[in-house]
Design a binder for this molecule. Structure first.
Ligand SMILES: C[S@@+](CC[C@H](N)C(=O)[O-])C[C@H]1O[C@@H](n2cnc3c(N)ncnc32)[C@H](O)[C@@H]1O
Length: 394
């Protein structure tokens, strides 16, 4: 493909990504994978170049742009070579018009920048939410130790503050590694690993992972528990939950079981666990503002109404969880978001509704105290953004 044809392909894919962000359509990665597969004439260098152009444009535009072209025009402002590809050639974009308005640039949509500032994140912290994410592994201590895996993967670098974490070059094909096929490693952001450990889950505990999804943290909890005790992994999403047990098997986790819940009727579905759990881990559905490094177009999808719905669901799930914990037991609230409405504020509101609960200190190894819990941020801790709090029932 000519450079101009690559630019035009990026513009067309951006148009689809912008429409999907507006209409709750597929994620940018899905659109890119489909769109690039459909362009059979594109070689691997073309695909890489188009992908890079698309993500550079997404990162550059805080507000959702009007069109793919306006986003690419914004990108040309710092890149004369890119501007030269607007040459009107057969497969390329029409020439630039000097009066053509570029898309607005910036890190975040204005309403989210205000909400982040009110949550204590300055401009540098906000900009770092859009950095490129590293590739982290969790060594599954049920099958291997970090030294053994480092010997197998020479490019892997241990992370000091996260006991089982290794950081790899971002383009490593992890699924091809024998250690992955053997269940000795999982792809998991260092922050996800830290918040799982923060729960303090111990051997022999009876644990509910209330929002387990496909089980990333279920497996980390089971490994921390040395595969002794029980972890009941719940979710309302059948396809996600159905991926959990095959992963558990590969990882050698034998203490996990799954239970599909009905949204709004979670307490009924868990009536046999009332007042019983040593720990209920709530990795709540959230806006994902801490994971924008991986899907930066998600900031164009979030609306105040959607955020409000998520905050209501989180409060409901915390109330459900509270009914499942034994006296003296723990409830851990985690969100991969840095908005206080979902983190510190959410937990503060829980403590006001439930005076028989107290916030407990967290032994996290990294992070900053924030309200009743702790926070990890891409800028300060080089992890995804998280808020985590541990609450104890008196
Ligand atoms: C942050 S994700 C969980 C990620 C998962 N714990 C992991 O480590 O991979 C939140 C999960 O909450 C689930 N969820 C949403 N509403 C729920 C509800 N009412 N009860 C239980 N789970 C719910 C979603 O389906 C989603 O899988």
């Amino acid at each position: 493909m000519t450079p101009a044809a690559r630019t035009q392909a990026a513009i067309e894919l951006l148009d689809q990504i912008i429409a999907a962000a507006r209409d709750s359509g597929p994620a940018a990665d899905t659109i890119l994978a489909r769109g690039l597969a459909a362009r059979r004439y594109a070689g691997s260098k073309d695909r890489r170049a188009i992908r890079e152009l698309v993500y550079d444009a997404i990162r550059l535009c805080g507000e959702r742009p009007e069109s793919g072209r306006s986003a690419m025009v914004a990108l040309t402002l710092g890149d004369p070579a890119l501007a030269a590809t607007f040459d009107g050639s057969p497969y390329g974009p029409a020439p630039l018009d000097p009066h053509e308005p570029p898309a607005e640039t910036g890190a975040l949509p204005r309403w989210l920048a205000r909400a982040m500032a009110a949550s204590g994140l300055d401009a540098a912290q906000q900009a770092a939410l859009l950095d490129r994410a590293p590739l982290d592994l969790r060594v599954n201590r049920l099958k291997a130790d970090r030294g053994a895996i480092t010997a197998q993967i020479p490019d892997a670098r241990p992370l000091d503050s996260v006991p089982d974490a290794l950081r790899l070059p971002p383009d490593t094909n992890v699924e091809q590694l024998p250690a992955y096929r053997d269940g000795a490693i999982e792809v998991q952001d260092a922050g996800s690993q830290l918040v799982s450990i923060a729960s303090g889950a111990e051997r022999g505990w009876q644990v509910i992972d209330l929002c387990a999804g496909a089980g990333g943290k279920t497996l980390a909890l089971a490994a921390a528990m040395d595969n002794r005790g029980a972890v009941l992994a719940c979710d309302v999403d059948r396809p996600r939950l159905s991926r959990l047990m095959p992963r558990a098997e590969r990882a050698g986790v034998t203490i996990a079981a799954t239970r599909l819940l009905d949204p709004g009727r979670e307490a009924e579905g868990l009536a046999d666990w009332r007042d019983r759990a040593d720990l209920v881990f709530v990795d709540a559905p959230c806006s994902g503002t801490g994971t924008w490094r991986r899907n930066p177009e998600a900031r164009w999808r979030l609306t105040p109404a959607r955020l409000e719905r998520l905050v209501r669901t989180q409060a409901h799930l915390l109330d459900v969880a509270a009914g499942l914990v034994r006296p003296g037991g723990a409830l851990v609230h985690v969100v991969c978001s840095l908005l206080d409405a979902e983190g510190a504020g959410q937990v503060q509101a829980f403590l006001e509704r439930h005076p028989e609960w107290d916030a407990a200190p967290l032994a996290l190894g990294a992070g900053q105290a924030h309200g009743p819990g702790m926070r990890l941020t891409p800028l300060s801790h080089s992890t995804d953004g998280f808020f985590v709090a541990k609450l104890i029932r008196r």
